[in-house]
Design a protein around this ligand. Sequence first.
Ligand SMILES: *Cc1c(COP(=O)(O)O)cnc(C)c1O
Length: 345
Amino acid sequence: MIDLRSDTVTRPTAGMLAAMAAAPVGDDVYAEDPTVNALEARVAAMFGHEAALFCTTGSLANLLGVWCLVQPGQELVCDVRAHVVRAEMGAHAALHGITTRTWDSANGVTDTATIAGLITPDAGPYLVSTAAVALENTHNFGGGTVQPYEHLVEVSALCRDAGIGLHLDGARLWNAHVATGVPLADYGRLFDTVNVCFSKGLGAPIGSMLVSSAAHIARTRVQRKRLGSGWRQAGVLAAAADYALDHHLPRLGEDHAAAAAFAAEVVAQAPDALSLASVVTNIVVFDTGERTAVDVVAAAARAGVALSAVGPRQARAVTHQDVTVEEAQTAGRLVGAVLAGVPAQ
Ligand SMILES: *Cc1c(COP(=O)(O)O)cnc(C)c1O
């Protein structure tokens, strides 16, 4: 089975496991794990921020980042397909009393005027006040879309002028950075809070980082413990993330090439499934035409390719370091045949 369900399915490499085994550790609830402390300092510096908090998941880092910016009863504004509203099980509302309003978009990217038209800071006693905007880069359900850097600059200025916060769900910001060459610190300076994940394309088994000001991070350290996610010798996991930054970040371009190879094979047999121009990182979202996504995902699995259904008629393939460009190409050929309704050649 060629597993393209997600880039979360990777296993730690021998080099990563060796780094984990060799890590000096301590109790992180006492802030005494040297490997965690070093990783937090390293990642905060990469994004030009004061501090960072190592978290179990990207969902937790998003939950804590948004919690810094939005009070109970206020709203967060974001894309209709954003992970924060689609895939975090309502946590922002269920745990922190935060409401959301969304804009629609074709692929996770909108224009600044649309956001400006939605936000209502200090709305008074009749309407919900907007406290923050969240952007996602790359955009997962949008198809691995990269937000144009100029758009991010505009939204950052809009939010600062309006006196509201700006959160970045950068689970795959590494991929956007590799695809565009925009330095990580240039992304970091536009946002109040940033989540980045080590457990996606970087191939670590666990771990995400919330990056922000020292004051915000000090508060989130308390809230993380309150949510039951204080952890002890987490340095074994920080070592995996640190190893991933050194050894796996530089190879993400290979995953982008594999996604392009997959998509080219799909389009060769099913030209209406997607536009090749939409494939810019390691995610390929494509239309399943007359058939439901669930049906196509099941047929692809029988042919030896594991995909995800992400909409009624949209399926997703994600490339990662455990799949070669050749395997991605083979998978594309098999999925193309499924979509065209012909036996694979
Ligand atoms: C994976 C992902 C997250 C975090 O997911 P966890 O499974 O909680 O680590 C957040 N945002 C986006 C866009 C993601 O793809």
